[in-house]
Design a protein. Structure first.
Length: 590
């Protein structure tokens, strides 16, 4: 259910939920700091009065100097405290945001996450969230102070003489006009800036990630040029943007804090006519000088505001990504058979893109089912729907008769182990990579799983054994070895339903044999679904299901299918042919 969209300011404050007290404290301290900062001007005024009135003695002057010093001290201390508190608050908020975003990615449909490039996500999680630090730590508390100071100063001028207050504001209208002009000229440039920046980010990630392919194919030039062009485009755009607003922006920057232009002549004129005294004229001038710093800061902040608005809006888009709805309460699941009922599914949500057209599939508890068929037929999609990486468009996926939507994702994940084609290893030791299957497992249990998954032999050959970092090992491990690590992980997890999306790549006979052994150990007694490319591995399946173009065309045992399903017969022949060819060419090489 979509809630009313919050304005970006509300969102910014909502991110600081739980940190509000700190924010308030830092605002109060900042306001105290700038207000107290006016006191030295008053002390100066009193000293000038002493001279003019002829009562200047060392004691009097020293007294006022000490007061000024004290006020200055309070100003510095309160300002320091305010920034301390606000930075503490800001980094707590950034931490909360980063954690919340990561959590969002976990609960969103996989497709919504994969729609974003790694560069985009990295730029959001790292850079853009970091961009919120200045507004939270500086703009809000200091901004409050810098708003209060001119108000107090103008109020003080008003108390002296209304004409002085008015004079201090004389450049204000013109600078506002310049500021508005700048905004109009800038227009939608922030958006382009952002897109350009995100594109630059994703091209560099692509360049580095693809560096192996780029080197292998000698295409370094093309890919590098893509990156270089992104950088050049970004530079051209920013320079053009800046120069288009240069004049109006600088004018407004110059005019806005120019309070003295009005106050100085008016103060002098009033003093000359005897309406105010000379010391009061000096005080008026000092008050209007005191505003300059604050007004200049406010101007910079208002520039930054739009940047912040843009960041917050970008964040909102990620933070409001739809989540897969899930109940809080665990469901009662009596068995671990899986059933797909009339499942229709489209990745885009549009009917014309449908990839599964009414699939009915039953995996009885403890049975071994194989899913075969031409590439692109929807096999992996079926597997991902059982693990609920996406929700079906219509129909249902049930475990033990319970719709997977009616159990928490964490409960579903206890039931289902999914070994995919890309076996991702995290940047920690191999021991920890396997332990991911069950964080509570002891080292000995991890080793036992590794042994059963046929991993121990190659792990022991690594210089640091189980302590080898996956990053270091990653490049040395073959695809088949990585897959066996993934299988060991799943063994520790020991879920009752196992889905294997078999990889085509790792077909060397030695590896295949070992993988088969480790899979056999993993799947004993489990409800097993294997997506098979090498049909020899699933000969013994209880049920072989042939999926083509998103629909089931036949199912049965190997013998039944060889008789009844021409497509399966063809696939089997092709498989045997390929196998014989591999064997004979291997023999030739030897
Ligand atoms: P198989 O595993 O049988 O080779 P898949 O289930 O991977 O087939 O794909 C079925 C269809 O869905 C294909 O047409 C494929 O292009 C499409 N498809 C797969 N993944 C996605 C995705 N993330 N977004 C959009 N379409 C997809
Ligand atoms: Mg597939």
């Amino acid at each position: 259910m979509k809630t009313q969209k919050k304005s970006w300011i509300q969102s910014l404050f909502a991110y600081a939920e739980g940190e509000k007290k700190k924010m308030l404290l830092s605002v109060v301290l900042s306001v105290v700091s700038v207000t107290v900062g006016l006191a030295p001007f008053y002390c100066m005024y009193r000293i000038i009065c002493l001279f003019v009135e002829g009562g200047a003695d060392t004691a009097g002057i020293t007294g006022w100097c000490l007061w000024a010093l004290l006020a200055y001290g309070v100003k510095i201390v309160t300002f320091t405290l305010s920034t301390g508190v606000s930075h503490n608050m800001a980094y707590h908020v950034l931490e909360g945001l980063r954690l919340r975003l990561a959590d969002r990615f976990l609960h969103a449909p996989l497709g919504d996450v994969e729609n974003h490039t790694i560069g985009e996500i990295k730029s959001m999680m790292v850079d853009k969230i970091e961009n919120l630090e200045p507004p939270l730590a500086h703009m809000i508390p200091e901004g409050a102070g810098h708003v209060v100071l001119p108000i107090v100063s103008i109020a003080a001028l008003l108390c002296i003489d209304w004409r002085l207050a008015l004079a201090s504001l004389v450049t204000f209208p013109l600078s506002v006009v310049c500021m508005m002009l700048t905004m109009v000229i800038s227009g939608k440039n922030f958006q382009t800036y952002d897109q350009s920046n995100a594109y630059m980010n994703s091209t560099i990630v692509e360049y580095i990630e693809g560096i192996e392919v780029i080197k292998a194919f000698g295409r370094a030039g093309v890919s590098y040029e893509k990156y270089a062009k992104a950088i050049t485009d970004f530079r051209t755009f920013v320079v053009k943007w800046l120069s288009s607003t240069y004049l109006t922006m600088k004018l407004s920057f110059a005019l806005f804090p120019s309070t003295l232009i009005g106050t100085l002549p008016v103060a002098l004129a009033l003093a000359a006519q005897g309406i105010i005294t000379a010391p009061t004229a000096a005080l008026a001038v000092m008050l209007s000088i005191s505003m300059v710093g604050s007004l200049a800061k406010l101007e910079v902040f208002s520039e930054n505001m739009r940047q912040v608005e843009f960041t917050v809006k970008g964040l909102q888009e990620f933070l409001e990504m739809p989540e897969l709805p899930e109940p809080k309460e665990r469901a009662e699941v009596p068995s671990t058979g899986v059933e797909l009922k009339e499942v229709h599914f489209s990745y885009t949500g549009r009917a014309e893109d449908e990839v599964l057209h009414g699939v009915n599939l039953s995996l009885p508890q403890g049975s071994f089912t194989a899913l075969v068929g031409p590439s692109g037929g929807g096999k992996s999609t079926v597997a991902k729907l059982i693990a609920r990486f996406w929700d079906v468009s219509s129909g249902s996926v049930e475990i033990g008769g319970v719709n997977v939507r009616d159990m928490p994702l964490s409960q579903l994940s206890e039931y289902v182990s999914f070994v995919t084609q890309d076996n991702f290893l995290f940047r920690c030791s191999l021991m920890e990579n396997i332990r991911l299957g069950n964080p509570k497992a002891t080292d000995e249990e991890v080793r036992a799983a590794a042994r059963a998954a046929q991993c121990e032999e190659f792990i022991k050959k690594l210089p640091k054994g189980y302590d080898t970092l996956a990053g270091e090992a990653g490049k040395r491990l073959s695809g088949g070895e990585k897959q066996r690590i993934a299988i060991a992980r799943m063994m520790l997890k020991n879920a009752p339903i196992v889905i294997l999306d078999e990889a085509t790549a790792f077909t060397d006979p030695e590896n295949e044999d070992r993988i088969q052994q480790s899979i056999a150990a993993l799947t004993k007694g489990k409800t097993l679904l294997v997506i098979a490319h090498r049909l020899s591995t699933i000969r013994n399946a209880d049920n072989i299901v042939v999926l083509k173009d998103g629909a089931i065309v036949a199912e049965g045992t190997q013998e039944q299918l060889l008789d009844a399903c021409p497509l399966y017969w063809e696939m089997w022949q092709a498989h045997i042919g390929a196998k014989n060819w591999a064997v004979s060419s291997a023999a030739k090489e030897a």
